[in-house]
Design a protein around this ligand. Structure first.
Ligand code: HEM
Length: 396
């Protein structure tokens, strides 16, 4: 009897302690949220724009997973959480289903990030016509480049200075049908510091290899796993390039309209960059919530592109939706695998042409089948999970 009484007293004491600890954590979290509001109000004032909409709900009330002190919502990706970092794209999809079209989560040190899933909100962010839209950079890369002024004059200028050169080079290519002098054009550009030329070449190569390779693998997989589409692609290739020895010219590439539509559809369904990030330069109201200037927002274009309200049969691979005869499904700011505006991918045209040429050459020569379906894994960008086994059978 006495033992039971003691046990009861211990249980009550434990319950009281647990309640106290929970209360402390909750009040800490509440303060953190309020601190978010204050921190970002300060940022807005610093950026000289304080037009907060009076009716908008405060930033702190944006729904999202529960953050804990210091670690934010990183616990979601640990052994106790439901998500995996190599499946971040699926985690972001799940957050949409759980919390709705706007989600706030806190990364390490409770740094807030807002995910946007609504096509109108995404359009608002991406359409904002800033001269130099800010996108979070790779911190380590920025740090290194800033610390080596002997090698780097800036942290990377590729878009600001060179995208026009890349465009010019590609246009002259298409007009003359000659080999691309893109890299030469950059190296010989007048009035540009050699360090800027080098850093731009490094960025172009680093950003261009895995992205294009992975996108091409997903493209091949999407075509070959859909028998009717595969037939249409082969028909087009056999018509435009009747002999496997035919040289692929820029003019012939323009005629591969169905294969081009396959590329757009493949990048909608299986993109390598599933979202586009921006740091807001002015405050906005999204879904009735105030989102202050300085906030990092991630436009979840891939998740939005897979919603039925945005594309009919959104989860099916239908290249026909991108053919000229059917423009009804297009949203210019949703299927944006290369980003938009001044920060958009300067390698877009190179990548599209590379994908066309590689796919055309491969399918012209081989009948290919994948050993098993490609699985998407997140490694900063989305890649197919390896090893990838394919069977190649010569067509001729
Ligand atoms: C299928 C292939 C590719 C995809 C899906 C892709 C996608 C992207 C995306 C989404 C961005 C960010 C755009 C934004 O924030 O608005 C980007 C930036 C960039 N891409 Fe690509 N890219 C591809 C191929 C390439 C190639 C071939 C090159 C170079 C030849 C390249 C060079 C770059 C560079 C340098 C940036 C950074 C631009 C900046 O910081 O302003 N990319 N890319």
């Amino acid at each position: 009897m006495r033992f039971l009484k003691k046990l009861k007293r211990v249980a009550v004491l434990v319950a009281q302690h647990v309640t106290r600890v929970v209360k402390v954590i909750w009040s800490f979290l509440a303060t953190q949220e309020k601190a978010d509001d204050r921190k970002f109000l300060w940022n807005e004032n610093r950026l000289g724009d304080g037009n907060i909409l009076p009716k908008a709900k405060p930033f702190s009330q944006i729904p999202g997973p529960l953050p804990i002190p210091f670690f934010g919502s990183q616990w979601l990706y640990s052994w106790i959480g439901p998500y995996f970092l190599d499946k971040l794209h699926l985690a972001n999809e799940d957050k949409y289903f759980k919390y709705g079209p706007i989600v706030k989560e806190h990364y390490l040190w409770n740094f807030p990030i807002v995910h946007l899933y609504d096509k109108n909100d995404i359009e608002t962010v991406l359409k904002y016509s800033s001269k130099y839209p800010i996108r979070p950079g790779l911190e380590a890369q920025i740090f290194y480049r800033n610390s080596r002024p002997d090698r780097y004059k800036s942290v990377g200028l590729v878009n600001v200075v060179f995208s026009d050169l890349v465009k010019e080079a590609l246009n002259s290519d298409e007009a003359t049908g000659t080999q691309s002098p893109v890299l030469n054009q950059i190296l010989t550009a007048e009035g540009v510091d050699t360090r800027d030329k080098i850093v731009s070449l490094i960025d172009l190569v680093a950003a261009g290899i895995e992205t294009t390779g992975n996108a091409t693998l997903f493209l091949l997989h999407n075509i070959l796993n859909n028998p009717e589409i595969k037939v249409r692609v082969y028909e087009e290739l056999d018509r435009v390039l009747p002999s496997p020895e035919d040289t692929i010219t820029p003019q012939l590439l323009l005629e591969l309209k169905y294969l081009r539509a396959c590329i757009v559809e493949s990048l909608r369904m299986t993109p390598v960059a599933p979202n586009v990030a921006r740091i807001l330069e002015k405050p906005f109201t999204f879904q009735g919530y105030h989102v202050p200037a300085g906030t990092l927002v991630v436009c979840e274009t891939w998740v939005a592109s897979l919603q039925e309200e945005n594309y009919l049969n959104a989860k099916s691979f239908i290249p026909e939706r991108w053919l000229d005869s059917d423009k009804t499904n297009r949203y210019p700011f949703l299927a944006v695998p290369f980003g938009v505006g001044r920060r958009m991918c300067p390698g877009k045209r190179i990548a599209e042409n590379e994908m066309l040429i590689i796919t055309a050459k491969l399918l012209r020569a081989f009948d290919i089948s994948f050993h098993k379906p490609l699985e998407q894994v997140y490694k900063f960008l989305i890649s197919p999970k390896g090893p990838i086994n394919v069977i190649l059978r010569e067509r001729y």
